[in-house]
Ligand binder design. Structure first.
Ligand SMILES: Cc1ncc(COP(=O)(O)O)c(C=O)c1O
Length: 405
């Protein structure tokens, strides 16, 4: 018996694109992984080489992390059952916050339950009516959603977007804004789809000319760039003062889940009392705090993981370049294969998947419409042979599809 749905739900039945893609074997999303081990995953009983993960240092599968998570769950339970504001703050949260502030060389830090919530909470808390937020066009969706939440809460927040990593365009935007109105520039340190690095020193110079704050999303930078993995500030010569605020997630190099914002004491204390996603959502669970803390300890004590990630990133990037792939201007563990055409992107994805290589196809709106790409990323635990094999598999099919020549 088919039920007549109310109009708001009925319209969902008009969405058939996903079903059509599933029928044609070109649906790459929601693949259930049944086991993960190092740089391999198992899906549908097959072993695949993982080149589509943000587990950059391989720590999500490190036994030290699981051990710490288990111990924390035994001591504190499996949930905090409340928000940070009320009953959901543990001594572990505060300990981790102190360690993080020290790591990114800021006065204070504040943990949220996800990286996404960190951007939503921090951005929406900081702005007031009439303020200006200036974002790079390639910024992550969670930054945009933070702006949208701010607009929803306070209306009349002014959003300005500048061309990706283009300091002249940024300056053009800033020049038009009233001198005495509050402004904040928000950028990814490492851009999540393209793997290139924000031009932080130039950004600081421009920001200073217009009295604007800089908010830096280090989701793909901490544990990845800088000689000891301390991120974009370290990459640019140990200049941790370049950004006023730093945020990061624990779901990538830190092998956990959660996020944090770091900056001056007064700013962090303010966000603590005004960030709705912090106040009205349960806090980061004990096991995840302990895992993030363990990851931070490992990153600080042993820079060999960061070094092997950087070595592997170079191998992957140079491998693709040697075949003539367009990899944009990446310098990091994210290596995009820029294809432009959606269909070819999905066909190349399917071939790689069938050959045991896991990568992610990315199309509009996650990237501009003409910039469909396969996002590949490497990990510290890949072997050179594994990288070479993945590059060869992708290159031979890309040649057949006319993506490279
Ligand atoms: C640049 C950037 N910021 C924030 C986030 C959100 O982090 P999380 O997935 O941990 O919520 C992501 C996640 O993909 C990201 O790539």
């Amino acid at each position: 018996m088919t039920r007549q749905l109310p109009p708001m739900l009925e319209r969902c039945t008009q969405f058939t694109l996903a079903e059509e893609a599933r029928d044609s074997g070109l649906y790459p999303f929601f693949k259930p992984i049944s086991q993960s081990a190092g740089a391999y995953v198992y899906i549908d009983g097959r072993k695949l080489s993982m080149f589509g993960s943000n587990n950059y240092l391989g720590l999500a599968n490190d036994p030290r992390m699981a051990e710490a998570a288990q111990q924390a769950a035994s001591r504190y339970g499996t949930s905090c059952s409340g928000s940070r504001f009320m009953n959901g703050t543990l001594d572990l949260h505060e300990e981790l916050e102190q360690q993080l502030a020290d790591f990114v060389q800021k006065e204070a830090a504040l943990c949220f339950t996800t990286g996404y919530q960190t951007n939503l909470g921090a951005i929406s808390a900081l702005v007031q009516r009439g303020d200006h937020l200036i974002v790079d066009k390639f910024d992550h969706a969670s930054i945009m959603d933070g702006v949208f939440l701010a607009q929803g809460m306070k209306k009349s927040i002014n959003l300005h977007r500048f061309r990706h990593n283009d300091m002249d365009d940024l300056e053009k935007v800033l020049r038009k804004l009233p001198v005495n109105e509050a402004k904040m520039i928000i950028v990814d340190g490492v851009f999540s789809m393209e793997g290139d690095i924000a031009l932080l020193p130039q950004l600081r110079e421009v920001a200073d000319r217009y009295n604007a704050a800089i908010y830096l999303d280090e989701a793909h930078a901490l544990g990845v760039v800088g000689e000891s993995g301390r991120g974009t500030g370290e990459h640019w010569g140990g200049r941790y003062d370049l950004a006023d605020l730093v945020m990061c997630t624990f779901s990538k190099s830190f092998g956990s889940i959660g996020g944090f914002l770091a900056g001056d004491h007064a700013v962090i204390d303010y966000v603590k009392h005004f960030a709705r996603p912090l106040i009205f959502s349960a806090s980061m669970p004990p096991a995840n705090i302990a895992a993030a803390m363990t990851a931070l300890k490992i990153i600080r004590e042993d820079t060999s993981l960061v070094a092997s990630l950087q070595r592997n990133a170079k191998l992957l990037r140079e491998g693709f370049l040697s075949y003539g792939f367009d990899v944009g201007t990446t310098e990091t563990a994210i290596v995009p294969l820029i294809i432009g055409d959606n269909e070819k992107t999905f066909l190349l994805w399917r071939h790689a998947y069938e050959q045991g290589i896991y990568v992610n196809p990315v199309i509009s709106p996650a990237v501009p419409p003409s910039r469909a790409l396969l996002r590949t990323s490497c990990m510290a635990v890949h072997t050179p042979d594994q990288i070479e094999h993945a590059v060869d598999v992708l290159a031979s099919e890309a040649k057949r599809l006319g993506i490279i020549h």
